[in-house]
Write a protein that binds this ligand. Sequence first.
Ligand SMILES: [Zn+2]
Length: 182
Amino acid sequence: MTRRPLSAINLIVVHTLATSYLNDLITVEHVRKWHTDPKPQGRGWDDIGYNYVIRRSGIVEQGRPLEYVPAHASGYNSRSIGIALAGGIRMEGDKKIPVDNYAEIQKISLRQLINNLSGSFPQIEYLCGHRDLSPDLDDDGVIEKFEWQKDCPCFDAWSWYIVGNNPQHPAKVLKSFDSTMK
Ligand SMILES: [Zn+2]
């Protein structure tokens, strides 16, 4: 794995684990196994791709240490922190349907984690969902639904963040980010 200076991090990216279980079955160790098992069962990586996993119960688990470049958003890894929430799909037969089915406690934990990270690292300025990093195919400066390469994280991460933001909270307010920005 490649080390990085923490000063390089200025973006938080929210992901879904795309799991259909709505109980607390999935933990960071499952995800680590999916990512580190040899191909074709796993991805054959050295460690879990995400920096954090948030379980259905709201427990926040550490994934890849922040000192190492994570593997969660192609083109944006060296500058970012990847946080993944368990859930995010429901099954219709064999088909995975993206859905914002996260537990309220997961969103509370996500907000706390974002505020802790942005408070601890003054250089963190931006927040987005994985889908916001899809390419701007029609070059209009906006990442639209038809351009999403995937639905991840199955909700509008920045709108959720800003609407729920407490203006009295001393933490700084992050800005939205997408693939049209540098
Ligand atoms: Zn993702």
